[in-house]
Design a protein around this ligand. Structure first.
Ligand code: SF4
Length: 352
């Protein structure tokens, strides 16, 4: 990327309108540009309702997106596609899109690498490299949306109906850019993604969960809990040394009370670590009276961790204990196993 140019995907509508005024154009040109960008155009020349003079001004000042597709893997069942994208500074990020009956959902990265160091996660291997900009998050949505439209995944436009911030990185550790992205992707004149169709996943940064609750956005919250007691959680998640399970669940309850949006607790079932019946009972106790959802995920094993997924009997018993206690529980359908579905895995294998 030319360092003097700004990534236009990083600009929100108000900023673009004022940019237009600053270069001697009418503010409404900003709206036209946002509409074109939401359609996934890759060049200003495609913006056919703009004058040639304006297109030249835009080309001088901005680039559109900063992603270059390095690799695309389609699962055998053709329901999951994993992408590797190269950023302008030669960093690489991953992104996944999944085809569900209720629509296509993209799983985005919010950082290059991750500082949180969860033991079961391949994204944590190299630590945090840098935060992604809002524009780089926008670019993932637009590139994948274009791609699956071309693949005929949908008749409609846009093809992406849901977003989960659950790829590489901890979104709340990149709070300002993530918030900016959420506002931009929601922009009614632009991509117009409903907040209710967005889920933000966090490993439990308690002060940031409280801050997000106060933003007044109706997005869904997913908490990577993975253990119901602090001692077990500390063994698999570094963040557990800072925030207790109790504080995380209390922040989640407050999030639900303030937003009315569903909170899901993600729980990766790891053999002989967190899958004992007593641990299921402990989980039912801490979630008592909380109208939340628990998503059990048999661990997606990867070659970078020695941890193993729970066996089928343990998974069934764990699920049964939660269900019997009246907890709304599902066991996640595994998608894309044949294309290194676990986050961070494809990138590491590619770099090798
Ligand atoms: S699971 Fe999420 S928070 Fe934990 S290291 Fe991986 S990307 Fe970071």
């Amino acid at each position: 990327m030319n360092n003097h140019k700004i990534d236009i995907l990083d600009r929100n509508l108000e900023e673009l309108k004022s940019d237009m005024i600053n270069i001697g154009e009418k503010a409404f040109r900003g709206e036209q540009i946002i509409q074109w960008l939401a359609k996934g155009v890759n060049s200003f020349a495609e913006m056919t309702n703009l004058s040639k003079a304006l297109i030249e001004k835009l080309e001088e000042r901005y680039t559109i997106g900063t992603l270059h597709q390095l690799k695309r893997l389609i699962s055998n069942d053709k329901h999951t596609i994993k992408y590797l994208f190269l950023l302008h500074d030669n960093n690489i990020i991953e992104c996944v899109v999944m085809k569900y009956n209720h629509g296509n959902t993209i799983c985005l990265s919010t950082q290059v690498g991750c500082a949180m160091g969860c033991s079961f996660c391949a994204s944590a291997t190299g630590g945090l490299v840098r935060n992604l900009t809002a524009g780089e998050m926008m670019a993932q949505v637009l590139a994948v949306n274009n791609d699956i439209m071309e693949l005929g995944w949908t008749e409609g436009s846009p093809a992406i109906g849901g977003i989960v911030l659950m790829g590489s990185g901890e979104p709340l550790d990149n709070y300002d850019n993530t918030l900016r992205f959420l506002h931009q992707i929601h922009e009614p004149k632009g991509f117009n993604m409903g907040y209710r169709n967005i889920t933000l996943s966090t490993c439990g940064l308690v002060p940031k969960i409280h801050a997000l609750a106060d933003e007044g956005l109706s997005i869904n919250l997913a908490i990577s809990l993975h253990a119901a007691d602090d001692e077990t959680r500390k063994k698999i998640m570094k963040v557990a040394k800072v925030y207790s399970v109790n504080d995380i669940v209390n922040a989640s309850r407050r999030y639900f009370e303030k937003t009315g949006r569903r909170v899901t607790f993600e729980y990766a079932l790891i053999k002989a670590v967190n899958d004992a019946p007593s641990q299921a009972q402990e989980l039912t106790a801490i979630l008592k009276g909380f109208p939340c959802h628990v998503n059990l995920i048999p661990l997606n094993e990867n070659s970078h961790s020695s941890q193993k997924r729970s066996n089928e009997e343990a998974i069934k018993l764990f699920t049964f204990i939660l269900k019997s206690a009246g907890i709304n529980v599902t066991c996640r359908r595994e998608m894309g196993q044949d294309i290194q579905g676990a986050c961070g895995q494809l990138k590491i294998d590619y770099l090798k």
